[in-house]
Design a protein around this ligand. Sequence first.
Ligand SMILES: Cc1ncc(COP(=O)(O)O)c(C=O)c1O
Length: 420
Amino acid sequence: MALLPTEGGTPFLTAAKAGEVREQFGTPCYVYDRATLEAAARRALAFGAPYGFTLRYAMKANPSRGILGVFRALGLHIDASSDWEVERALAAGFAPQQILLTSQMPSRRLAEHVERGVLLNACSLYQLEALGHVGPGRTIAVRMNPGLGSGSTKRTNTGGPAASFGIWHEYLDDAKVLAARHRLTIRTLHTHIGSGTDPEIWKRAMRMTLDLVKQLPDVETVNLGGGFKVGRMPEEPTVDIREVGAHVRGELEAFRDRYGRALRLEIEPGTYLVAQAGAIVATCVDVVDTGRDGYLFAKLDTGMTEITRPSLYGSQHPVDIGLGAGREPAEVVFVGPCCESGDILTPAPGDPEAPGPRWVPRPRVGDLVIVGGAGAYCASMSTINYNSYPQAPEVMLEPNGTLRLLRKRQSPEQMLANEV
Ligand SMILES: Cc1ncc(COP(=O)(O)O)c(C=O)c1O
């Protein structure tokens, strides 16, 4: 059995190793590669900020404790997006002071966070006011919408007038008034303008962020969020993080030359750190077609239950089939197991609603299939238990080749456990 190079593949996972995964844990199963995770973290750690740097992992991308442990050991801090993620980060061994909570939902545990020392980012005027009531006299972070956003799709754009994230830049004075009323010192200014961001727009947004910093004399740290683009398919571009780092360095140095303020830098990538370090090992469970003018479909035992991105955003992921010798190629649409016509693993590029056939060896029932680029926003963002499929297990591929179980497959009893 060999992997087809046609779709770009998943370099860390050979067909033989995927076969071992299937044998030991069944399918569908997530596999994460420690070496790829560590390599991505090291590249990001080398960002090269001139006046101090903190790399936060946006754990919403994949909150598995196994992954958190890899990043904690390398000295990364955490971007948490809910009270619940704060709990998971603490459970994984992060210190409260290493966690910045940036939440759409106003925290229900503000007092506890303040008490423990979890860092808090006010993402709206309402949140700022609430923080002022709970922790007057503290230093805080404020998330602003700088007026510009960019994402791989409109649904991953978190800046500009169509995004509800952060305090709109024109309300900076209101934020300052509120902070002063509660004796809050705005020490960190935060912006995050989207996921899969165009690097040029990211740089423009950085300029706009620094314009805001000029008006906030107590700011010592600027957090520019995540959003670094990763191409999961060979034809998709991946951001050159060193080039972005060099640009940011230049901007921060120029800012210091001009305003005498040496700003510490934070970035908080999710995708960049984990996307290419994950794959789903699956099985082809059926092959059907819709006649001469129709499509040939390979039904897999994985779909929106483990990887929602294709149906949600029309995202492209490599799909590789273990190949029997001499198998002829065919144009194949890969679909998932859900009773949902949107459960398509290969939508047409640029048109999430249309099927996007791929040239692969003609699939057969029982084939081993690997869906690549599945480390970010897959396990964390799947439609778990739709059609009552159990949550899939996660395993870590260690550099010595061993497969370490991180999370077991959910049992039927666990699925029913909270029904009363
Ligand atoms: C506040 C914040 N920071 C960082 C990220 C990470 O984004 P990405 O995974 O695109 O790097 C997100 C993603 O939604 C976010 O909301």
